[in-house]
Design a protein around this ligand. Structure first.
Ligand code: SAM
Length: 394
């Protein structure tokens, strides 16, 4: 279960306190935690920003992080959420990725460094002796300042890993060029803000950029909001990048076209991450009427073709829907080397061999023993018989 580290929560809240003190603050300066009155005060800006990110995206002004209440709202509310989503994705990296002594990280559209902080957290659990050079780039100078302060304060307080250093650049990422290559390039909730480009244009920009700036064993992590439009755009971007011979390590188990994108107009490939939501965030959620008990996200982990070659067996599938239980039957949508499958089991066919279906959850990898030929079909229906075996692999 993901958990926002207490030590980072302390650093973050203390930092927000100093920022808020620039304005006449309403909360007691020495209080260890924000009280309900403080949180209610902040919740107004959190709600506005949350609405702008979801329902009113077109109205999001480009300099939104220059507005102090929204800047604070971002740190207080979105940073812990995005930190935890990034951890969920980083935990899916191949084991061998973590085994190097030096990491060069590029966090594009870094905001307050939510993803870089998450990377340090994950790395500290796997390879504490490593050294990390973090390149933070954002078009907004003010949020870069917060990113730098938070990274410094947390590393100083916690000595997460042996050595970290950060370089900052305030620039439009479409104009960014670097003299070096990176082991990890992160786009966390930023691709959807590149509204000047469509999916094909994004791929046309990304392909040469990544080819030029990623090390041979490097990884690219793209995380997007689990809303229909940005996620379907991400699915389209994935198809374009595969054509340019990039390899998707997750969530896809295959390198064919995206069956969901090809065969539906309404579905989008997203996942839920379980986490222990910080207590103050639960309160904020109650004030603004949001539900973050599970974090919703869409993501891609990409690598240069062949660098992490992993061939999943033909009977492995990713579950890409919820488990739908209706009268007399259970249905799930699966995606694998055979394509997109709508799998249905009648209650009367439940058996020891297929009982794992009753525990399956969106995002699980399932092994379904079937007798399909090796043809790839973007959408087909299949029935799970009493004798068919299905097993949750992970
Ligand atoms: C929703 S925030 C995400 C911040 C951070 N990555 C996170 O996950 O918390 C999007 C960030 O991308 C930045 N951004 C958007 N478009 C950009 C561009 N073209 N070049 C550089 N930064 C950009 C914004 O200034 C903002 O800080």
């Amino acid at each position: 279960m993901l958990e926002f580290p207490k030590s980072l929560e302390k650093v973050l809240l203390s930092y927000i306190r100093t920022l808020a003190a620039q304005k006449k603050s309403v909360f007691a300066k020495d209080a260890q935690d924000f009280n309900d009155k403080d949180l209610r005060f902040f919740s107004k800006a959190v709600r506005q920003l949350s609405d702008l990110f979801t329902k009113e995206r077109a109205e999001l002004p480009s300099g939104y992080l220059n507005h102090l209440p929204w800047h604070i709202a971002y740190l207080l509310y979105f940073l812990p959420i995005n930190f935890s989503k990034a951890c969920f994705v980083f935990q899916k990296f191949p084991k061998s990725f973590w085994q190097r002594s030096n990491f060069k990280l590029l966090d594009l559209g870094c905001g307050p460094a939510s993803a870089s902080l998450a990377f340090l957290h994950c790395l500290s659990q796997k390879n504490k002796e490593a050294e990390v050079e973090i390149h933070l780039l954002d078009q907004n100078r003010k949020i870069l300042g917060s990113a730098q302060d938070l990274l410094k304060n947390w590393q100083e307080n916690e000595k997460l890993i042996k050595k970290t250093s950060a370089r900052l650049e305030s620039k439009n990422l479409l104009k960014a060029r670097f003299q070096q290559r990176f082991d990890l390039i992160i786009f966390h909730h930023v691709i959807n803000e590149m509204t000047s480009l469509g999916a094909l244009e994004r791929a046309e920009w990304l392909h040469p950029f990544l080819s030029q700036h990623l090390t041979d064993q490097g990884l690219v992590a793209i995380i997007e909001p689990a809303l229909k439009r940005p996620t379907r755009e991400l699915m389209a971007l994935r198809d374009h990048l595969i054509e340019e011979s990039w390899e998707v390590l997750a969530p896809c188990l295959h390198q064919k076209i995206c069956p969901m994108l090809a065969s539906t107009r309404h579905d989008w490939c997203h996942f839920y991450a379980d986490w222990k939501e910080p207590t103050y965030l639960q309160k904020l959620d109650r004030f603004i009427g949001n539900d973050n008990r599970h974090l919703k996200l869409a993501y891609l982990i990409l690598a240069k073709s062949g660098s992490y070659a992993k061939q999943y067996p033909h009977d492995y599938f990713r579950m890409v829907s919820n488990r739908m239980v209706t009268r007399g039957k259970t249905e799930v949508s699966l995606c694998g080397l055979s394509g997109g499958v709508r799998l249905m089991r009648l209650d009367r066919d439940r058996s020891v061999k297929n009982q794992d279906l009753d525990q399956s959850r969106r995002g699980d990898i399932l092994q379904w023993e079937h007798s399909l030929d090796e043809k790839f079909i973007t959408r087909f229906n299949a029935k799970l018989e009493k004798q068919s075996r299905i097993k949750i692999v992970k």
